[in-house]
Structure formats: structure tokens, C-alpha cells
Design a protein around this ligand. Structure first.
Ligand code: HAM
Length: 408
């Protein structure tokens, strides 16, 4: 878990602003859910057998004896809120987005933290493959608007309860045949969660499973038509993508479309964003049968890519004006004028440490103040001062009496 220090926080805010803008462009509305949920919610949605639920959640029993968990992702919470607050009443299609901290007790490495941040969106109420594509377009537009280049889009279909069980049996029996070539982890997954063997990061697993049967080649007619349509839409929009039959995702709620957006500028944790369709999840969580689709994207990984690609997200802006007082009377004038400027919404600063003029000038420079105004006895007597623009060194005579009211 990391601190986000002031310089970095300013860059985060700039990125978050782009996220809010793009979500608005796509007509999604923000939802803010609590950081804690009942443990049961995640077990039921993400799946008991997933790494997230079985190994990574921050779960504890609170003082009233309830098992609660720091949310490891946003989809389950958004859906819980959707059901509990009856958001479906407001319209047939509900488009939600969120930003915030998530928690998974994973082994930390580059791009993998225990408290990390996601932005994401969920669209509830429609089966349209257009929405699956929309979920890919949102993060892609956010990345493009930030200037990120060379992202990859991987898509797959993970089927539905009609086509998945027979395929699961087929895959299981094929995996049993190559058991000896698989890693210990993958061997243990053959019986319980054979799909996960396909997207193992282990090199020998990858080699051994290269010729395994894939879900995308065993879809039912409905899932197949949906998958074909998603591809057509992407082609028509000239969005390049790759079909990755091994893409499984680490959450069990997906049906039909699953996708990831990757960046070469990330290490082994190369997913910037991931998502997909989950047509059974709302019902599974106690709501009316409602199809849904969504995505979530990692903020820390995005910040890593911005840095690698030398994209300067705007840092913190300094004060517009720094007022420097020389003696007691002019310091008082400086403080009162700063208060008046701030009341007018102008970022401004003065000295609180009785520093020398030279030290105050240095401080104004360090804080990237745009203008400085040095006030002493002479200025207070004549009622005029010299406002200096730091970048050019240009000076301009101003009247002290009207300065706070007229400076802009
Ligand atoms: P996810 O693939 O688990 O999906 O996470 C989405 C993104 O969050 C990842 O691609 C990655 O950028 C970031 N992320 C995940 N874990 C970490 C971590 N430990 N450290 C840093 N970044 C991380 C979900 O969470 C789904 N809820 C996405 C979704 C929404 N599907 C449908 N709707």
C-alpha cells in the first residue's frame, strides 16, 4: 500500500478529470459505494474458487460478529447498490461508473499493489453487443486523450451456462492427458477450475496448453453470434483487436465477452484494464434477471505507462501570486491581501515564518508562483508597488489600495 504524495496526487487528479470527462461523454453516472461490504457478496459474485476470494481478500469479523471485506473490485458493490436501491426503476438501461481504492492481498510487485485504484463502468439492462464494445471504447478513449500509445485489445468469449459445461468436460479430459507437463498450481486446477489453466502465466503451462480446445471454438449459437457481432462492430469502428482464446480472467462471473487492454510498457502484469459481460450476476445477487457488462482499469498501471511514455500529466499549479512583506506592517498587509485574493478565488500565498526577503523570493520560486509582490514601508507609504512576473522578470506598477479587488 502506498502513499500518493502531493506532486503525484496532482497528476492523479489530472488523470481522474479525464476519466470523469470521458464517462460523461459516454453518458455514465457516478456511483460511490462503501469501502467495506459483507464478505458473502464477493464470495457469491467473484467466485469461491478464484484466487481473489480464496487467497487475497482482506476479510475480518467486525464487532457485531459480521464477516466483512475491503472491496477487492467494484462490480459486485455497484450491482449490490443497483439492486438494493432499485436503480432499475429509473430506466431500462442503467449506466454507472466509479473510481476508488480496491484491496487485494497479492504478492506485491511492479504494477501490483495491495491497495490499488480502479476506474470502471457497468451497464445494466441490455444484451446488446454494442455495449460490450462501448466498454472497450471508454478506456481506449481515456488512454488516447491522455496521449498513451500502443495499447493492445484482446478479446475472447467465455460462453454461457449452455455451452460451458460440455466444453469444461472436454477441456478437463484433455488437460488430464497432459497433466505431467503442467505446473503444480495448474495440476491442482484441472478438476476445480480448468479454465484458469489456460491463462496461466507459467511458460511451461503456456507451451503445454497451446493445442488445447478453446471455448471460442465450442460456443452455442447465441454466444457465437454475439461474439461475431462484437468483432464486426470493432472492425467497422476500425479498432484493432486480437482474439485470444486463452483469455479467461480471474473472476468467475463472466459470460460471453471477456476482454483486456494491455500495454507493452508494463512488465508481466501487463493488463491496463479488463472487463466483460456478466448476464447472470444480477440475478445471482438477488436482483431480477438483468444482463450486464463492464470494465475496470488500474490507475497505478496507467500512471506507470504515462511515466514510461514520458507523458507529462500536468503537475500541481503553484500560487498565482506570492506576497512578500518586509516588516511587521507590510506582513500584515500581505496576509490580509492574500485573504482578500483567496476570497475572490485566486490561489495566493504569503510567508508565515518571518523569513528574509531573499528567502521569501526563493520560496516563491520553489513553489512556482507566477507573480510576486514585495511590500515594505516605502510601498505602504506611497500606496504603490511593483508586481513582478517570475517567468519574464517584467515589472508592472500597481496600486496597493485596489490590488486585491482588481488582480486577475
Ligand atoms: P480485474 O481484471 O481484476 O477486473 O481488474 C481490472 C484492472 O485493475 C486490472 O487490469 C489492473 O489494471 C487493475 N488491478 C487489478 N489488481 C491490481 C493490483 N493488485 N494492483 C494494481 N492494479 C490492479 C475487475 O476488477 C473487474 N471488476 C472488471 C469488470 C468490471 N468486469 C466487469 N465489470
Amino acid at each position: 500500500m502506498r502513499d500518493i504524495l502531493p506532486d503525484e496526487a496532482a497528476r492523479w487528479r489530472a488523470v481522474e478529470n479525464v476519466v470523469h470527462q470521458v464517462m460523461q461523454i459516454f453518458n455514465y453516472r457516478e456511483i460511490r459505494t462503501p469501502v467495506l461490504e459483507q464478505t458473502e457478496l464477493f464470495a457469491r459474485s467473484i467466485g469461491e474458487l478464484t484466487d481473489i476470494v480464496s487467497k487475497e481478500m482482506y476479510t475480518f469479523v467486525d464487532r457485531s460478529g459480521d464477516s466483512v471485506t475491503l472491496k477487492p473490485e467494484g462490480t459486485a458493490s455497484a450491482l449490490r447498490a443497483y439492486i438494493q436501491n432499485n436503480l432499475a426503476e429509473q430506466g431500462l438501461l442503467t449506466k454507472l461508473y466509479y473510481l476508488g481504492p480496491m484491496f487485494r492481498q497479492e504478492r506485491p510487485q511492479a504494477g501490483r499493489l495491495r491497495q490499488f485504484h480502479q476506474f470502471g463502468a457497468e451497464a445494466l439492462g441490455a444484451m446488446a453487443p454494442e455495449l460490450d464494445v462501448e466498454m472497450m471504447l471508454i478506456p481506449l478513449m481515456i488512454y488516447r486523450n491522455l496521449g498513451v500509445v500502443q495499447t493492445g485489445l484482446l478479446i475472447n468469449s467465455v460462453g454461457c451456462p449452455r455451452c460451458r459445461p460440455p466444453y469444461r468436460e472436454l477441456l478437463r479430459s484433455e488437460l488430464r492427458k497432459i497433466r505431467a507437463q503442467l505446473s503444480v498450481d495448474s495440476q491442482s486446477r484441472i478438476e476445480q477450475n480448468p479454465f484458469r489453466v489456460l491463462d496461466s502465466k507459467d511458460e511451461s503451462d503456456r507451451k503445454a496448453t497451446r493445442s488445447m480446445p478453446l471455448m471460442k471454438d465450442h460456443l452455442c449459437a447465441e454466444c457465437s453470434a454475439h461474439f461475431v457481432r462484437v468483432q464486426e462492430l470493432l472492425k467497422n469502428l476500425k479498432i484493432s483487436f486480437e482474439i485470444d482464446g486463452h483469455l479467461v480472467r480471474g473472476l468467475d462471473y463472466y459470460t460471453k465477452t471477456a476482454f483486456e487492454i494491455t500495454s507493452r510498457d508494463l512488465g508481466s502484469q501487463n493488463a491496463l484494464a479488463g472487463g466483460g459481460r456478466y448476464d447472470l450476476l444480477v440475478e445471482e445477487l438477488g436482483g431480477k434477471p438483468t444482463p450486464g457488462v463492464g470494465f475496470a482499469a488500474g490507475m497505478e498501471r496507467l500512471m506507470m505507462v504515462l511515466e514510461k511514455q514520458n507523458i507529462a500529466a500536468p503537475g500541481a499549479a503553484g500560487p498565482k501570486v506570492f506576497l512578500i512583506g518586509i516588516d511587521r506592517r507590510s506582513r500584515t498587509w500581505a496576509f490580509e491581501t492574500v485573504c482578500a485574493l483567496r476570497a475572490r478565488g485566486i490561489p495566493s500565498e504569503t510567508d508565515y515564518l518571518e523569513r528574509s526577503v531573499k528567502a521569501q523570493l526563493r520560496e516563491a520560486d520553489r513553489q512556482h508562483a507566477e507573480f510576486v509582490l514585495v511590500i515594505g514601508e516605502e510601498e505602504l507609504t506611497t500606496g504603490t508597488g511593483k508586481l513582478k512576473e517570475m517567468k519574464t522578470g517584467k515589472e508592472q506598477a500597481i496600486s496597493l489600495g485596489t490590488f486585491a479587488k482588481t488582480f486577475s
